[in-house]
Ligand binder design. Sequence first.
Ligand SMILES: [Zn+2]
Ligand SMILES: [Zn+2]
Length: 229
Amino acid sequence: MTAESPIRLFVAPVTPLQQNCTVVWCTKTNKAAVIDPGGDIEPVLHEIKRRGLTLEKIWVTHGHADHAGGTQALREATGAPVEGPHEDDRFWIERIPEDAQRWGIYDAQSFEPDRWLNHGDTVTLGETTWEVIHCPGHTPGHVIFYHAPSQFAQVGDILFKGSIGRTDFPRGNHADLIEAITTRLWPLGDVRFVCGHGPMSSFAQERQSNPYVGDRVIAASMPNRSGPG
Ligand SMILES: [Zn+2]
Ligand SMILES: [Zn+2]
């Protein structure tokens, strides 16, 4: 974030899967959103309080337990409404308790969002407005949260520094994921992003060097249109 940026953030890796629970806030109002409260919500709430922030929203990128397992507990503790993911992830949210057990996540619960999100929706936080971009592939209902004025996004498990999300889960789809990244994310320009696991990166850096969706890789995978037929 630049000094003039109207948002700030901190990242708190949570659950045994070290998922990047991200707290973003509007610097004018100190209203905060927790993106992907997978679990371990007590230390996250403590840090929000310590920084003098007020939790206004809970945003969820997708229904995997490591991203959404603490959503219900956080809503019960704070009364903040839950926005996201897209309703196509309903089946993932319903199976959070059993998945969490398998992944060693403590006390995860299913929930019903206060608002399901669709591609092109906007969500507000304090005086800031964020765009919702539906990026299916890792899960069918995965969305990302994009703040255009800051060129910042939280992209969940769509894209990582040097990698992309897994697509071998139920209703995962590799072609959908590649299409979402190249046609819905790349046109946004050079956006810095927090991803679901591991370090931050930027779209420009990934277009240059990502072995799955880098520009050279995508160009090489295009069908050869020069031959007959
Ligand atoms: Zn995931
Ligand atoms: Zn994840």
